[in-house]
Design a protein. Structure first.
Length: 173
């Protein structure tokens, strides 16, 4: 029993031991060599401030249609030619369920709405395409052209001219 009690005391005492405090390594002396790409004058201390680099140009990413969406758009275009606008819109809406964030599909739906004479809806669909194609100037320009056509059809010639100007500016980039 005494041995067991002695072992317990040793174990408890070992658990109460305080670890050694952490000592940080000594700081290294400053380097006298210049970093690559940093030029210094002889006899002057090295400079650690780098000149600011220009921001890269944004990457244009024109959208493309998947093969399924492309087939549905082809169907819709044939249906528009046959003046079957409801079925054409249905085909584009099916493609939108496949690729809801593709601005090209919103442009196609705007074309269907414009063909059926629903110019306000055509403008709304084209505006949605503009908002979804921030890095795609060609798609944005096509959407602005549809907006201009929609304005023109409603007799809003000043707004149509402004929309045409936006489309032209995007194509000149």
């Amino acid at each position: 029993m005494k041995r067991m009690l002695a072992c317990c005391v040793v174990v408890i005492a070992a658990g109460c031991a305080v670890p050694q405090p952490y000592e940080a390594p000594p700081p290294s002396p400053p380097s006298t060599e210049a970093e690559p790409g940093v030029q210094t004058q002889p006899g002057s201390p090295p400079s650690t401030v780098e000149s600011p680099q220009p921001l890269p140009e944004p990457v244009n990413r024109e959208p493309v249609l998947s093969s399924a969406s492309r087939a549905l758009v082809s169907q819709a275009q044939a249906q528009v030619t046959a003046k079957n606008y409801a079925v054409a819109a249905s085909s584009i809406e099916r493609a939108l369920r496949i690729e809801p964030a593709n601005p090209l599909l919103w442009i196609e739906l705007a074309k269907v709405r414009q063909a059926e004479g629903n110019y306000v809806q055509a403008e709304n669909m084209a505006r949605k395409a503009v908002s979804m194609s921030v890095q795609a100037p060609k798609a944005q320009a096509e959407a602005w052209e549809l907006i201009a056509q929609s304005y023109r059809a409603r007799g809003k010639n000043l707004e149509a001219r402004q929309a045409d100007d936006k489309a032209d500016a995007l194509l000149r980039r």
